[in-house]
Structure formats: structure tokens, C-alpha cells
Design a protein around this ligand. Structure first.
Ligand code: FES
Ligand code: FES
Length: 214
């Protein structure tokens, strides 16, 4: 008998607890529940294509979105948004990075160069001119990233930075088709313009013969 009483009390308790949790679930979100989703804003100042730019951003904003959505520099493209295609490549303090993998607020004081800063339609960068001459693109979506990457690749070779395929670390680095393919391997071209891209970069590097392209 005592057991039955316990059981009925338990049932009442259970129903009361159930009603209370249903009421909580139906209640409007409180200010404290909403707080975790509120954006954290921060100011960042960097130089983009030689111009000082200051932005107040949600700290989760990537450099890619800061450039495209906030500064309207849409030359830099969003492909995978996961660091796998290279379409978003920009040059930061002389080094190429995937801007989709980097938070804008990490770049306080940095110097950023996008495709818009390399050249202009009436004053093309030699790489831009070479890509046109050698048909180094079809749809063009990957091209800004390819050209920014190529610019940094040539600087890396000039500075003597070896790659995975550099055979002799004691000799001066040479621009070969193999070196260019390896160093540009993070830049995907869905149109498959790879051989023309290598030709274009090779020409700017000082000229690779057709034999060296093979
Ligand atoms: S968009 Fe950044 S690597 Fe693809
Ligand atoms: S030119 Fe179309 S993806 Fe490279």
C-alpha cells in the first residue's frame, strides 16, 4: 500500500515537472539565452592595395568576406570556402594565403594585395598580360587566385624557398615546369587550363622553352 502511494506521488511529481518544462520550452527566449549568439565586434585596420582601411567586423568574419562583402573587392573569388581550391588566394605581407581560412581581425597592420592591386585594365601586371596571351583561363573564376599565387611563387623562387620537388637544395633555384606545377598545385582550375597557366608564368619568369613545358 505504501508502495502504491509512493507511486501516485511520483506520478503527480512527474506531471508537474513535465508541465513546468513544457512552459519553459514555450516561453520566449530571455536576453541571457540570446547573448551567446550576439556577434562580438572588433575593429581592424590594414592596408589593402596600398590604401589604409579600417573596418568594424564580427570577429568571425574571414579575410575573404571582409574583402568581398565589406570592401567590395570582388576580384578575389570564393570557391570552396574550405581552403581547398585556391580561388581566394591573396598576398599578405608578401606571402600567399587562402583568405577563406583566415580571420580578418588577425591581420591588424598587415599589407594585403588582391588582384585589383596587381594591375588595372589599362596597366596590366605582366602575369595578367601573359595569362591573356597564353589563354591561361576559360571561365576565369580561378584566375585572380592563380595570378596572385603565381606572383608569390615567382617571389618564393627568387628568394630561394625550396619546394617539395626541389632536387638540389645547394644550387640556385630554377624556374622549371615541374617547380611551377608543384608550387601552383593548391590552385585548382576546373576548366583545366593548367598547361597554359604554366606557359604564362614561365614566360614572365624569363621564358621556359616548349621543351621545358613538357
Ligand atoms: S575559397 Fe578559399 S580555398 Fe577555396
Ligand atoms: S578558368 Fe575556369 S576554373 Fe580556371
Amino acid at each position: 500500500m505504501a508502495d502504491t502511494e509512493d507511486l501516485s506521488l511520483s506520478r503527480r511529481d512527474l506531471m508537474a515537472a513535465g508541465a513546468a518544462s513544457a512552459a519553459i520550452a514555450g516561453a520566449p527566449a530571455t536576453a541571457s539565452a540570446a547573448t551567446p549568439d550576439a556577434p562580438h565586434l572588433a575593429q581592424v585596420t590594414f592596408k589593402v592595395n596600398g590604401q589604409k582601411r579600417s573596418l568594424t567586423l564580427d570577429t568571425r568574419t574571414t579575410l575573404l568576406d571582409a574583402l568581398r562583402e565589406h570592401l567590395r573587392l570582388t576580384g578575389t573569388k570564393k570557391g570552396c570556402d574550405h581552403g581547398q581550391c585556391g580561388a581566394c588566394t591573396v598576398i599578405v605581407d608578401g606571402r600567399r594565403i587562402n583568405s577563406c581560412l583566415s580571420l580578418a581581425v588577425m591581420h591588424e597592420g598587415d599589407e594585403i594585395t588582391t588582384i585589383e592591386g596587381l594591375g588595372a585594365p589599362d596597366k596590366l601586371h605582366p602575369l595578367q598580360a601573359a595569362f591573356i596571351k597564353h589563354d591561361g583561363y576559360q571561365c576565369g573564376y580561378c584566375t585572380p587566385g592563380q595570378i596572385c599565387s603565381a606572383k608569390a611563387v615567382l617571389d618564393e623562387i627568387k628568394a630561394g624557398v625550396p619546394s617539395h620537388v626541389t632536387a638540389d637544395l645547394t644550387d640556385a633555384l630554377k624556374v622549371t615546369a615541374e617547380e611551377l606545377r608543384e608550387r601552383m598545385s593548391g590552385n585548382i582550375c576546373r576548366c583545366g587550363a593548367y598547361s597554359n597557366i604554366v606557359e604564362a608564368i614561365g614566360e614572365v619568369a624569363g621564358g621556359l622553352s616548349k621543351g621545358e613545358m613538357a
